[in-house]
Structure formats: structure tokens, C-alpha cells
Design a protein around this ligand. Structure first.
Ligand code: GLC
Length: 683
């Protein structure tokens, strides 16, 4: 540090720790340049919010922005001035563990959510002491890893690159994101960290990005593993010349960049440009005016775990819960949910129900284990007639961090007690799914079933008591096809962070009407993956003949639950679709939505288009608008969407954005498969 060779740290936290290091940088180095302190604030710092995929299910941009804002308030109070978030990688492959970290499969939704998170982190004044620099990551294509296997090859066509993968990054750059992180993967044969087309031609030249690019961990060094660089020195040369401005953890630049400049392999203007970009961010953060603005230990004490943050965490957690199924049990005539508060004898089964740690989710580096309100703790606030049996364990899986895991995931010795408890109870709440560390980085899976023996436990309990509410806790879509056929009520509760127990209990007992919608398709079987709501139509979309059409012989093409799907304790109808296409630059679509049930509830009205004929085929539908609002029982409102060139156009195979006249279908509804339709012709 004192030699001036360190410009930034990651994973240093605490106002006093940061102050100590900042003082050395400012007072004991030749130029006194303040340091950046980066950290992965992915879904909270101390107060933890739902994992990003879960939070995306809220479709509530204000709530999502607020959770990023609070995360920045807590992190900045602890000295952090830069977060490696939001992750804006689109992915259609639930086998990939990092789907938990993004906003799902859709470019439009992922873009809107990425922008909400950037607004939350960066605020409207980056020099304030409670705003931090955000990072759009991972640039680019990481979510398309072949076979969903972590760190694997990415090979996509121009249309997928420009129409699916890049738009969230371009929107982030246009919105002023301060940094971009490149990615571990090759993109069409060229590793992203050494990819000049991505980092210079597209990001810095075409998009005029004026922040800086940071590599991802050791991605610079990994250019040798990819077979792209001869050695670390060559990796440093290739990365710097390709536009990777800061080397996170390869020690490539600090070791070789000076020599590379002296031998003419890297021109000094490349280094000057990178330095300028990094200094520009430090200036914008106000670090040159006051290097210690993030080093106030009193503010840190006041902000971390501030009670007001728990209130916000509960609010967004409730809004992220998706009701997947809610039917009555034969003969009862009433839906299983919400649970009547008349003190039914309730059995709660599943290790995750009593787990205060796993529901915190995967990216909780700065927080503290076992700080979640468990589901059991939440439920006990509603009834004392509740008993618990673990039934089976959920194993965190391999990890370098923390103690090795010894739990036996195949152990079914707990079934007997669980089945007996279910037999002596009127209602069973089963909490099943994945441990928080069974998704996330380096957690790809080849199966999308309930891990371990949880499926067998579910079937054993079902055999003695069919009044089951299944609460899922998971970091990715799961192929719970058996459960969908048999279990009367299913709730998707992701890993909702610190307040999961209160959020789940308030939904199950009806104090909050669920309003979440899936940001990612749930498959019927892992064999369908990648499966998503908006594929191309293909030349044989439907059964024109017995077998010669695009289908599987052993599985339906249909998902288990489609993108945008989510039920409510009330019901909504859509009517009066009207399309005003007089002005082709501003096409207005209006629809009436009515709450036809007995309870107030929130709905997410979604607008999808289809460009029927184009010079590059377009998907069978594309989300191009959504609106979330609340309606009282019986209340109706008109919802308006505006379609402009930005929504109707697409990138052609030269990467040029074009709008082509022609016929468009429009559908507005409560998910991607149901709604009322219309059409218009773009002149
Ligand atoms: C990790 C992740 C990246 C994260 C970085 C720093 O490997 O890929 O998303 O920000 O390293 O922790």
C-alpha cells in the first residue's frame, strides 16, 4: 500500500477497518489517492432481502429499488463504497446455480429490475455518504453456460447476444452504472476478460461507457486455462489491451503491466485510459473531497440491522411469494389457503421449517448466520396448536468455507415421527426445497427434483394426510411435477432472507394476499431445459402430422408453471382491450382489470407482443410492459401501456437496431399464457 500499488480492496468491511486503510492510502503514499472498497452486496448487507430471483418474483420495482437502497445504506455505513451488483445475466437454465442471483429468463423484466437495483445502490447523488457505485455483471453471456454447468463454454448467435443478453447491460450503461464486471466464460471462443469486441467495440466505443471494467476474481489468470494466453504476463497484455481496466485477483497487472508498457506490448495510453476511468469513479464518489465519508463508526452502529430495514425486508419478502396452487381438499369445499385461524391442529414437517440459516440465501457474506426468522417462529405467532418434525435433512453441499458437512442426506429415519405427527394433525405444512448453499456460484445441478429424500418424505406424509400445504424454499425452478398433481396447495417462498418466517406466516394465514409472479419458467422435467416462455416458433410448431413436429416423445412441451404465473386469494378478469395505433411512434394499449373475488389483492398485468413476420425471426411472444397494482374486491381499473420503437424493434444480425412495419399480436393478462388478445399493423 505505502508504495502506492493498491487502488482498491474487496471483502474488507467495517468503518474503522476502512478508515485505517484509507489513512495509509491518503497520508502515506506519494499521490494520496483514496481507495475503493468493493463487496458483494447482492441481496443485503446485514439485513438480508430475498435472493434476487425471489425478489424478481415481486415484479415490484419500487420495493426492489428500496431493498437495494437499504443494502447500500447499511454497506456504506460499514465503509463499503462499491458493490459487485446487480447481476443482470439472463438465464433460461435452472441447472445453473447462479439463476438465484439474477432476475430470471426475460430480458425486459431483467432490464427493469437491473435498473431498479442500480437506482437503489447509486441513488441520485453518488457523492452522498449512503450511496455506492454499482456493477453490472457478468459481461457477457455467463447465464448461457452450456448444459447449465458452472463456468462452462458460452456459444450463442448474434440474435441471442444482441436481443437477449446485451440489453440489460446497455440499459445499465445508459442509466449511469459506474462499473461493469466481465465474466469467466468464453463468448464464442473468446474469453470475456480478453474480449476486445465486448469491452472496447461494444461497451466503450458504441455505448460510450465512461466507468471502468473490473475482471471477475481470477478471470485474467484463467485466460491461460482457456488456452487464450501463454502465461500470466501474456494474460495481462491481452486483458489490458482488450479493455479490462482493473485486475481483481489475478495479480497479473501488479506483476507485469509496468514491464509490458516498457517493452511496448501495452501502450501507455491504455493504462492512462484505465486509470482515468477508475479515478473518475473515485471522484464521483466524493472520495477526493472526503476520503473518510464512509468511515463513521457511529453511523455504522445505527444503520446495521436497523429495525426499519427489517420492516422493508418483510414487505418485499411477502411480495415475492408466489402462490402456485390452491385447491380445496375433496369434500371440504374450501380452499386450503389461507389457513383458517380457528386453531386447527397443525403439523409442520421439513428441516427447512426450523432453519434460521439456509433461508438467508447464498450471497450473505457480510451478514450473520442463523439470523433469519424461521418459518416455525413465524407460524407460532399465529397459533400454538403447532407441532414440528424434521422428517429429513437438507444438506448444504460441499463448500470451501466453514466446517465440512457430515449430515447424511439419504437418512430417512425421521420419516416415522413425521408420518405419525401428520396422522394426528388436521393440516400439514411441509417446508421442503434446497439449502441456501445448494444454489449460487459453483452450485450447478443435473437434477431439478427436491434434493435428498424430501420427495419420499412428501409422499409418505401424503399417504396418511392429504391436507398438505407445500412451502418451497429454493434458489432455482424445481421440477415438482408429482407435487403439482397431488398436493392441494403449493407456495413458492424462495430464500426470502431475514424475514422469511414472518412473510410465509402472513401469507399462509391470509394477512397478506400473495401477488408474486414467476420470473423464470418451472419445467416439468430437467430434460426440457432450457425451457422458457418465448422461444421461436420453429417451422413445425404444432402437430400437423402424428410425429413430424417439434416435440418430445416422452414429455410435453409445456412447462409445469409458465413465466409470469402466480395465483392470488382473489381473482382478476381482463376485458375491453383497445389498441390505438394511429401514431405508429406511440401505440397505446388499454385494458380493464377487475377484482372479481372477495378479497383485496395485487395483480401484475403483463403485456406481450408478437412480431408476426420479420427479417430475423422473432419469439412467439415478448414481454414489453407490466404494471402492478392493488384492487379492492369488486374494483376495476383501466391499465394503459405504450409501445414505441424501443419495444417493437429488435437487433438484426449485424447488431443494428431496426423496426420493421407489419402485423403485431398483442396479449394482456396475468401470466405469459393467458390473457385477452388483439392485433395492430405497424405502418
Ligand atoms: C465471484 C463472482 C463475482 C463476485 C466476485 C467477487 O467469483 O463470480 O460475481 O462479484 O467473485 O466476490
Amino acid at each position: 500500500m505505502r508504495k502506492g500499488m493498491v487502488g482498491a480492496f474487496l471483502n474488507v468491511k467495517g468503518a474503522n477497518n476502512v478508515r485505517k486503510l484509507q489513512e495509509i492510502a491518503v497520508k502515506e503514499t506519494r499521490l494520496g489517492i483514496p481507495l475503493l472498497f468493493g463487496f458483494d452486496i447482492i441481496h443485503g448487507y446485514k439485513t438480508l432481502f430475498p435472493i434476487p430471483l425471489g425478489e424478481a418474483a415481486s415484479w415490484d420495482l419500487a420495493a426492489i429499488e428500496k431493498s437495494a437502497r437499504i443494502s447500500a445504506i447499511e454497506a456504506s455505513a460499514a465503509g463499503i463504497n462499491w458493490t459487485f451488483a446487480p447481476m443482470v445475466d439472463i438465464s433460461r437454465d435452472a441447472r445453473w446455480g447462479r439463476v438465484m442471483e439474477g432476475a430470471g429468463e426475460d430480458t425486459y423484466l431483467g432490464t427493469k429490475i437491473g435498473l431498479a437495483r442500480i437506482r437503489g445502490f447509486q441513488g441520485d447523488d453518488l457523492s452522498a455518504n449512503n450511496t455506492i457505485a454499482a456493477t453490472a455483471k457478468h459481461f457477457a453471456g455467463y447465464g448461457f453456460a452450456e448444459a447449465g454447468r458452472e463456468y462452462n463454454t458460452v456459444d450463442v448467435g448474434t440474435s441471442t447476444l444482441y436481443n437477449v443478453i446485451l440489453p440489460p447491460f446497455k440499459a445499465a450503461v445508459d442509466a449511469g452504472v459506474q462499473t461493469v464486471m466481465n465474466s469467466f466464460n468464453t463468448l464464442n471462443g473468446v474469453p470475456a476478460t480478453g474480449n476486445k469486441m465486448l469491452q472496447r467495440d461494444i461497451l466503450k466505443d458504441a455505448w460510450k461507457f465512461n466507468g471502468f471494467v473490473v475482471s471477475d476474481w481470477g478471470s485474467g489468470m484463467e485466460l491461460t486455462d482457456h488456452g487464450f494466453a501463454r502465461d500470466l504476463k501474456h494474460a495481462a497484455e491481452l486483458s489490458a489491451n482488450a479493455g479490462s481496466d482493473m485486475d481483481m485477483e489475478s495479480y497479473a497487472y501488479v506483476t507485469y503491466l509496468k514491464e509490458l508498457v516498457e517493452t511496448g506490448k501495452v501502450e501507455i495510453k491504455v493504462v492512462d485510459d484505465a486509470v482515468k476511468r477508475i479515478l473518475r469513479v473515485k471522484f464521483k464518489l466524493g472520495l477526493f473531497d472526503d476520503p473518510y465519508r464512509y468511515c463513521d463508526a457511529a453511523r455504522e452502529k445505527e444503520m446495521l440491522y436497523n429495525p426499519a430495514h427489517a420492516v422493508a425486508a418483510l414487505d418485499v419478502a411477502r411480495k415475492s411469494i408466489v402462490l402456485l396452487k390452491n385447491e380445496y381438499v375433496k369434500g371440504s369445499g374450501i380452499n386450503l389457503l389461507p389457513i383458517a385461524k380457528n386453531q386447527q391442529q397443525i403439523a409442520v414437517i421439513g428441516a427447512l421449517a426450523d432453519d434460521k440459516n439456509s433461508p438467508l440465501g447464498n450471497w450473505r457474506l457480510a451478514s450473520d448466520d442463523n439470523t433469519a426468522v424461521s418459518v416455525m417462529e413465524g407460524l407460532k405467532k399465529y397459533t400454538s396448536n403447532i407441532r414440528y418434525a424434521k422428517g429429513a435433512d437438507v444438506v448444504r453441499g460441499k463448500t470451501e468455507f466453514g466446517s465440512p458437512v457430515t449430515v447424511n442426506e439419504a437418512d430417512s429415519s425421521g420419516f416415522k415421527a413425521a408420518v405419525q405427527l401428520a396422522m394426528s394433525s388436521e393440516l400439514v405444512i411441509m417446508v421442503l426445497g434446497e439449502h441456501g448453499y445448494q444454489s449460487g456460484e459453483a452450485r450447478s445441478r443435473t437434477k431439478l427434483d427436491l434434493p435428498g429424500v424430501q420427495q419420499q418424505l412428501l409422499e409418505a406424509v401424503y399417504a396418511v394426510n392429504k391436507n398438505i400445504v407445500l412451502v418451497l424454499m429454493n434458489g432455482r425452478p424445481l421440477a415438482i411435477t408429482w407435487a403439482q398433481e397431488k398436493i392441494p396447495a403449493i407456495v413458492e417462498a424462495w430464500q426470502l432472507g431475514s424475514q422469511i418466517g414472518n412473510a410465509v406466516a402472513q401469507v399462509l394465514f391470509g394477512d397478506h394476499n400473495p401477488s408474486g409472479k414467476l420470473p423464470m419458467t418451472f419445467p416439468r422435467s430437467v430434460g426440457q431445459v432450457p425451457i422458457y416462455y418465448n422461444p421461436y416458433n420453429t417451422g413445425r410448431p404444432g402437430p400437423k402430422t402424428e410425429v413430424f413436429w417439434s416435440h418430445y416423445s416422452d414429455e410435453s412441451n409445456k412447462p409445469l408453471y409458465p413465466f409470469g404465473f402466480g395465483l392470488s386469494y382473489t381473482s382478476f378478469t381482463y376485458s375491453n382491450l383497445a389498441i390505438h395505433d394511429e401514431d405508429p411512434a406511440n401505440i397505446k394499449v388499454t385494458v380493464t382489470v377487475k377484482n372479481t373475488g372477495k378479497l383485496e389483492g395485487e395483480e401484475v398485468a403483463q403485456l406481450y407482443i408478437r412480431d408476426k413476420t420479420a427479417s430475423v425471426v422473432r419469439p412467439i411472444k415478448e414481454l414489453k410492459g407490466f404494471s402492478k397494482f392493488s384492487l379492492k374486491a369488486g374494483e376495476a381499473r383501466q391499465v394503459e401501456f405504450i409501445l414505441t420503437a424501443a419495444e417493437l424493434g429488435f437487433y438484426d444480425n449485424t447488431g443494428t437496431f431496426i423496426v420493421e412495419p407489419g402485423e403485431f399480436d398483442v396479449m394482456v393478462g396475468g401470466n405469459s399464457t393467458e390473457g385477452i388478445s388483439g392485433k395492430f399493423t405497424l405502418k
